[in-house]
Design a protein around this ligand. Structure first.
Ligand SMILES: Cc1cc2nc3c(=O)[nH]c(=O)nc-3n(C[C@H](O)[C@H](O)[C@H](O)COP(=O)(O)OP(=O)(O)OC[C@H]3O[C@@H](n4cnc5c(N)ncnc54)[C@H](O)[C@@H]3O)c2cc1C
Length: 389
């Protein structure tokens, strides 16, 4: 088989790239090692920047999101027993869209199917070859048979644990990493959210986040030790702890119900540089990971797609290479700013084991500053709604 671009990974970045390329008449094949339904069962991100929303429109995959997504004009920072609203729209003229990654993925998969895009699921032993030379190709196995796809370019959209980054010789890649000494215990439940906007709570007992996927589905998180076990947390224990970390009005208003997903996620900042190796491009989580505190992971995957799509479109349609050659540099400039923001939000909102009471007081002082200085609030809001591409 031959195509123009092989996309490894059918997560948000692979599907979005595939759809933009397909709409521009550029042939592509998407390969994923797991089944479609498995991908649709993964509960992850839920806050979309306007840039991401715009890309979904360009991909003609935004119809359901426009109807069912929840546009948010602000969010709350809760500390010292009170709630302080950051008015995103007043500060930046922009808003964010709350729409689950699962739904976004489903919309992109449906669109791909409707437009005849080729996706191969449960493709094992996917391997990119010869991306440093002139004849790149990808091999994979399906039902015991080995296949080969020749191509011009390979997009490594296969997440942090994928094969694309691992295929690059170690001497050609630099990595930067910070792990955090805690995780997030999260539950998903079909109960109305405690507030119509997100609440990020800084509390001496630890961070808490009240988020949602829809008007009737809530996503709640609490900071927990890294070695915590999900089995140790009944729903009642979880909700009791969440209540303790929220201002009284929210704690009293919390509607509880059985969770249908409960998991612990570790927090990490990670960047691999560069993001291009000959005809192999790393995109999204394959190249970088951020802690979810700033809601940036999925949005960064989308901005990478924007830069790579521009480069590939110019290559095929205008026969110019400038944008493609600039991919890694352009993407990384934005990546590092989001890594900085996610790190700063994480540092501001969580209880660090070594921080002590002094650390807590410094955080409260900074939160007070952020919520009483227009300049500080504007900077926070500008980063939260997403820096321009
Ligand atoms: C538990 C969790 C919670 C998160 N919460 C948030 C959040 O609240 N907000 C936020 O913005 N972000 C969040 N994120 C991050 C966000 O989900 C990711 O940034 C986003 O999924 C990145 O999309 P991607 O397409 O680059 O990678 P992925 O979504 O990881 O997709 C990669 C795809 O590649 C496939 N693949 C992997 N290896 C191979 C291989 N060898 N061969 C073929 N296919 C392969 C995988 O099966 C997968 O389908 C969270 C992530 C996790 C793990």
């Amino acid at each position: 088989m031959r195509t123009q671009v092989v996309i490894i990974g059918s997560g948000p970045s692979g599907l979005l790239l595939g759809q933009l390329l397909g709409n521009a008449g550029i042939d592509n094949v998407v390969l994923d090692r797991v089944a479609k339904n498995y991908i649709l069962g993964r509960v992850r991100a839920g806050v979309l920047e306007e840039g991401t929303v715009g890309l979904l429109k360009d991909a003609s995959a935004d119809m359901r999101m426009r109807e069912e997504g929840l546009p948010h004009d602000g969010f709350s920072l809760a500390f010292d027993g009170r709630d302080h609203r950051i008015d995103l729209f007043a500060l930046t003229g922009k808003r964010v869209m709350v729409y689950g990654q699962t739904e976004l993925t489903r919309d992109l998969m449906d669109r791909r199917e409707a437009t005849g895009g080729v996706s191969i699921y449960e493709a094992t032993n996917v391997m990119p070859h010869d991306f440093g030379g002139g004849r790149p190709y990808v091999t994979y196995e399906k039902d015991g048979v080995t296949h080969r796809i020749d191509c011009d370019f390979i997009a490594g959209c296969d997440g942090y644990h994928g094969i694309s980054r691992k295929s690059v010789p170690e001497r050609s890649i630099a990595t930067f990493e910070r792990t955090y000494p805690f995780g997030w215990l999260g539950v998903l439940a079909d109960v109305p959210p405690v507030s119509h906007e997100l609440i990020y709570a800084n509390h001496p007992r630890g961070f808490a986040l009240c988020s949602m996927r829809s008007a009737s589905r809530s996503r709640y998180y609490i900071q927990c030790p890294l070695d915590e076990k999900v089995e140790n947390w009944s729903d009642d224990c979880f909700y009791d702890e969440l209540r303790r970390r929220l201002p009284t009005t929210h704690a009293q208003a919390l509607v509880v119900g059985p969770s249908f997903e409960k998991s612990i996620a570790p927090l990490r900042s990670f960047v691999a540089e560069p993001m291009r190796f000959g005809s192999l491009f790393l995109v999204g989580d394959a190249a970088h990971i951020v802690p979810p505190t700033g809601a940036k992971g999925l949005n960064l995957a989308a901005s990478d797609v924007h830069y790579l799509f521009e480069g590939l479109r110019d290559h095929y349609l205008d026969h110019t290479q400038t944008a493609l050659d600039a991919y890694s540099e352009r993407a990384l400039r934005r990546v590092w700013k989001s890594v900085r923001f996610s790190w700063s939000m994480t540092t501001l909102m969580h209880r660090f084991p070594e921080g002590g009471d002094f650390g807590q007081k410094i955080q409260e002082a900074e939160l007070d500053y952020l919520t009483h200085s227009d300049a500080a609030a504007r900077s926070l809001a500008e980063n939260y709604v997403g820096l321009p591409y």
